[in-house]
Design a protein around this ligand. Structure first.
Ligand SMILES: NCc1[nH]cc(CCC(=O)O)c1CC(=O)O
Length: 314
């Protein structure tokens, strides 16, 4: 089978939130099963993104905040790999780091969670919906301009607690996080991807390494889920072409069938009044290019103007 010697130890760097730890433990168990002689441990770390909870991510600088400390551990050798939600991985990794594998995607949808209502459609005018994602906000406001969106940050448990305390009629969060934490029963409605186009990479896990550690590529290869990898490559190609991050209302979702990728992407104003959407289909061999093509289709219709106008309102 394997023609190389796995190392004696592998250290996984992870954020300390329950979801991050679930993901790290999942990868730990997979590695431990693949390499029973190797000792696989988890190094838990708090990131800046976990500490600053009172500002929307779009104000404090976005995704990089959740991965930088983990990258420091990869750089100084205190960890061999870092496990991330792909959604939190910046579009451009800093020099010296690389993604080594993409884990199979969990449910990619956004989830509607409420104690009083079964579905978004049931919310009366003026209801307060909690989300800090501009992507969710713009798509919600486009469909339901009568709802009021208020900021909601914190880890999954914190967000559920804030809902339960009565500050919101409902909240929207990723189905994947709830399912992984065995909180899937809190989902009242899974929102179809065409109604709330997911974040680039939503539901997928990413494994990052120090680029100097090419020895790890073969060791981590069995964790890669090729179909997920290709879909996420296409989605990230789209976001990168639009200079996207979680600080802009955009999203893209790709699926793969018979070697072909089908992808839908959108760019919107925060209030959802301007909303551009396109779909594209093409060979999975050119995943990233397909994402770029989708971005170009949107730019041809004025997406760059929507994005430029955002700088004033964020
Ligand atoms: N932004 C935080 C974050 N990063 C990944 C997930 C969910 C799990 C995933 O998408 O893989 C979440 C929580 C959420 O958006 O509700």
């Amino acid at each position: 089978m394997t023609t190389f010697n796995p190392p004696q130890t592998l250290v996984i760097a992870s954020r300390e939130s329950a979801l991050a730890m679930w993901q790290a433990k999942h990868i730990q168990a997979r590695l431990q099963a693949l390499y029973p002689q190797c000792t696989v441990t988890i190094l838990g770390m708090t990131t800046t993104g976990d500490q600053i909870l009172d500002s929307p991510l779009s104000r404090i600088g976005g995704k990089g905040l959740f991965v930088k400390e983990l990258e420091n551990a990869l750089a100084d050798g205190s960890a061999d790999l870092a496990v991330h939600s792909m959604k939190d991985v910046p579009m451009h990794l800093p020099e010296g780091f690389m993604m080594a594998a993409t884990g199979e995607r969990e449910d990619p949808r956004d989830a509607f969670v409420s104690n009083d209502y079964d579905a978004l459609e049931d919310l009366p005018a003026g209801s307060v919906v909690g989300t800090s994602s501009l992507r969710r906000q713009s798509q919600l406001q486009a469909r339901f301009p009568h709802l009021k969106i208020e900021s909601l940050r914190g880890n999954v448990q914190t967000r559920l607690r804030k809902l339960d305390e009565g500050q919101y009629a409902a909240i929207i969060l990723a189905a994947a996080g709830l399912i992984r934490l065995e909180l899937g029963h809190r989902i009242r409605q899974s929102i179809a991807p065409q109604d709330s186009i997911p974040a680039v990479g939503q539901g997928a896990l990413g494994i990052e390494i120090n680029a100097k550690r090419q020895d790890l590529l073969a060791i981590l290869a069995p964790l890669n889920h090729v179909d997920t990898e290709l879909c996420v490559l296409a989605e990230r190609g789209f976001s990168r072409a639009l200079a996207g991050s979680c600080t802009v209302p955009l999203g893209a979702y790709a699926t793969k069938q018979d070697g072909m990728l089908h992808m839908t992407g959108f760019v919107a104003s925060v209030d959802g009044k301007q909303m551009l959407r396109e779909t594209v289909t093409g060979s999975a061999d050119e995943a990233e290019k397909l994402g770029q093509q989708l971005a170009q289709q949107l730019v041809a219709r004025g997406a760059d103007k929507i994005l430029a106008a955002l700088d004033g309102v964020k």
